[in-house]
Design a protein around this ligand. Sequence first.
Ligand code: NAI
Ligand code: MG
Length: 496
Amino acid sequence: MTVSGSGAKEAAGSALVAGSGWEYAPAPESREIVSIASEYGLFVDGRFGPASKGRTFATINPATEEPLAKVAMAGPADVDRAVAAARRAFDQVWGSMPGAERAKYLYRIARILQERSREFAVLESIDNGKPIKETRDVDIPLAAAHFFYYAGWADKLGYAGFGPNPQPLGVAGQVIPWNFPLLMAAWKLAPALAAGNTCVLKPAETTPLSALLLAEVCQQAELPPGVVNVLTGAGDTGAALVAHPGISKVAFTGSTEVGIAIAQAMAGTGKKLTLELGGKAANVVFDDAPIEQAIEGIVNGIFFNQGHVCCAGSRLLVQESVADHVVDRLKQRLTTLRLGDPLDKNTDIGAINSRPQLDKITELSAAGEAEGAQRWSPPCELPGKGFWFAPTVFTGVSQSHRIAREEIFGPVLSVLTFRTPEEAVTKANNTPYGLSAGVWTEKGSRILWMAQKMRGGGGGANTYNRLDPASRFGGYRESGFGRGGGRHGLGAYLDV
Ligand code: NAI
Ligand code: MG
C-alpha cells in the first residue's frame, strides 16, 4: 500500500513503520510466463471444443478490468455430452482400473502442477486478482499437495476405514467458487478420482482459466478421455449439472443461498451431496495470548486472500482487558500492508474478485457505520482502475450488527469484546454458521475446553487459516455438511 507519511506515523505512534518513510521498489513477476489464448472451449471427453450453441462469456482481470479471454458457456446439451463422456469413462476405464494404476495418473498430474507452478501462479493471480505471493506460496503448492496426498490413497481404499472393498459412486458433478479457483478444483477432483469416480467440474464464471489449464495438464498426463471434464459457464450451467440425472454425486462450494437451492433440487433423488458454504468464524484472543503472534494470526485470518475465505476469522473476539492494546497493535500492523498490483511480489492485498463482490463489501461496511460501529482503515491509496477495498477494522461492534452476523467475504474485520471464557463461547457460537474458529491463549487446557464448546467444523489454536490435504474440513448448520480433506474426503466419494 502506498502509505502517506503523516497519517501512518500518527497511527503508529512512535514505532518505526515500514512504508512510512520509504517504499519498496516494484518487483513485478513476469506476465510472459503464461500465454493466455483469446478464446477457450469446453473440455469434454479429452478434447477442447466450443459450446454447442456457440455462446461465450468474458473473463477479466479484476485488478485492471482488462478483458482476458472469451470462454465457452456450456448449456444443457453440453452438460449431457460431458456427463455421457464421464459415464463412459467410468464404465469402461476408470471405475474398474486398479487403484495403483489410477494413482500413477494422479502423481503425474501433481508433478506437472509443480513443474508448471510458476505459470499457474501468474495465471491465477491475473484471472482472480489475488497476490502472486499467495498463488505462488499457497494456492498452487496446496493444489499439487492434494493430488499427491490422494494419489497415496488410491491403492489403499480398503484400509481407509470404509470396509475391505469400498466402491466409487460413478460420475461426480462438482461446482466450485472463485476464491481459490485451482485449489478448489484440486480439492474436488483429487479425492473423487482417487476413489474411482469420474468428474464434471464447473469452475466459477469470474475465474475459469486455471481450471482450463488444469484440463490441459490432464491431457499432458494422458489421463483417459472423459475422466475429467471441465464445463465453463455461470449459475445456469451449474444448475443444469447438479440436476442432471446421469450424475451420482454433487459436491458444491459457494454461497449458502445457492447451497440451499441445490439441496432442495436434489432432495429425494438419492444422489450423494456435500455442501461447503459460508462462514462467520470467531477468532478468540484471551489476555494471556502471545499478543504479537496473535496479531499476525488476526491479519492472516481476515486479510489473507482479501478476506475471500469461507473460514476467514471475520469476527475478532478479544478479552476486554487487552482489547485496546490488541486493536492498537493491529492498526499499526495494518499500516505496513501493501495493497496494489497483484503481480508485484511485495503486494499483500490484491484486487477484489468482481464488481458485485465489491458492491457487497461496500454495502455491508456502510451498514456497519450506519448501525453505530466505528470504522477504521490505514491511509491507503486505491488504484484508479479495477476493484479495490482498503483493509478495514470495525470496533464497537455488537452482536446484532449486520457486520457481526453476515458473511462479508472481504477485507473487513469486526471486533467484539468479552470478559469471561463462557461469554467468549456464547458469542462465538452466536451465528447461523459453523465452519471454523481460532483460539489464542497460552493455556493448553483452555484450548481443549474451547475446542469442545465451540461449534465449528475445524479451527486453529494459536494459528489461523492453516490448510492441509490430510486434515478434514467442513461445517455445521448454514456452513453446510459433509467433510472434505483427509480420509473423510474419500468417504464423500465412496458408496459407504
Ligand atoms: P455462488 O454460490 O453464486 O457461486 C459459486 C458457484 O456456484 C459458481 O461456480 C456459480 O457459477 C455456481 N452457481 C451459482 N448459482 C448456481 C445454481 N443455482 N446451481 C448451481 N451452481 C450455481 O457465489 P457468488 O455469487 O459468487 O458469491 C456470493 C457470496 O457467496 C459471497 O459474497 C460469499 O459470501 C459467498 N461465497 C462463499 C464461498 C465459500 O467458499 N464458502 C465461495 C464463494 C462465495
Ligand atoms: Mg477473471
